[in-house]
Design a protein around this ligand. Sequence first.
Ligand SMILES: NC(=O)c1ccc[n+]([C@@H]2O[C@H](COP(=O)([O-])OP(=O)(O)OC[C@H]3O[C@@H](n4cnc5c(N)ncnc54)[C@H](OP(=O)(O)O)[C@@H]3O)[C@@H](O)[C@H]2O)c1
Length: 364
Amino acid sequence: MQMKVILSAAVSLDGYLDDLSPNRLKLSSDEDWAEVKKLRGRCDAILVGAGTVRKDNPSLVIRDEGIRSARIAAGMDPDIVKVVVSRSGDLDPDSKFFTEGGGRKIVFTCRPVATELKHAADIVVSPQITAASICAELSSRGYRSLMVEGGSTVLTMFLTEGVVDEFRLAVAPFFVGQAGAPRLVGEGAFMWNKDNRMVTAGVERQGDMTVIHLIPRKMDEDRKYMRMAVEASRLCVPSPTCYCVGAVVVTGSGDIYKGYTHETGQANHAEEEAIAKALAAGADLAGATIYSTMEPCSTRSSKPRSCSRIIMDYGFGRVVYALREPACFVSCEGDGMLRRAGIAVDVMDEFGPEVVEINSHLLG
Ligand SMILES: NC(=O)c1ccc[n+]([C@@H]2O[C@H](COP(=O)([O-])OP(=O)(O)OC[C@H]3O[C@@H](n4cnc5c(N)ncnc54)[C@H](OP(=O)(O)O)[C@@H]3O)[C@@H](O)[C@H]2O)c1
């Protein structure tokens, strides 16, 4: 079972998670805080580092009755599972992490811990703890979604290992200005760097906070899904009136829907075929990614909506395509239309020659 990992953090304008005072720094607005609580409500488990438990003494409990009821209605436990990682095992069993909330508590640690802590939580001892090993253990216990709330060391671990599916970053409009205060992340070889940028899937305001929703682009995954789209396009019967295109929809929860040109109807484009399957399955397409072997169309004579329009209407967060639509039939403006709508667009040129070869009946 694949686990979905959502990172969530609030920072000051100068990138600090906290200041140097002994008290927890309030970065979030009330509106932002309400959204964070809702996001917690959608996750099976929440993780923080021992540094955060020692410094902030957070309870990490879901108290809102509406959120608890929604969890029960969705077949989830009303209480979130709380996870803490501590190399030293130096954790106070009287801290709120252990004493508050009815959900299971789990400690990942490298050393044997005190008996009191063993009574307060499940203890997982391992000589080396990584983000991947935490997720593997939680996944083996049947948990499907994990919210990682920091602090700095823990965020660095998940981001350098590349164990992230979504990153919610809330920016508060003030400066901390104290060197030595914890920053968002520490030093590290980050998977997302100047050569592999994250994708900005959305930006919103929550009170005076600016919330950025980032999708960590993973090149190996992009290649895997574009390969699927290319193979789907090979199932299309070549015709003088259309390109052979394949498309793959990947939802936020990792569900995959494939389609190819004319798969179920003579006027259907590949994107429409894949999206129709996702909708038939009840998938949530908000923020989803669609891979297409060709630039999504911007005008249609046979239908009221173009593929680009449909992608925008369903709230897709990202479009990845391999080949710009050649000017055989129309002058396609899908790329620009999608970008202007705020959708992240990436072009995987490396697949272009193969798409041309599959369409040799038109592009010979
Ligand atoms: N603004 C926000 O959104 C936000 C959210 C959370 C926290 N924070 C702030 O972040 C600060 C804490 O950050 P931090 O970096 O000091 O602490 P942290 O990331 O919360 O915890 C670090 C600790 O976790 C344990 N740990 C981390 N990686 C490990 C690994 N691979 N294996 C074993 N143990 C590991 C170690 O515990 P041991 O020391 O026990 O060995 C380490 O010292 C606080 O000031 C807090 O207020 C801010």
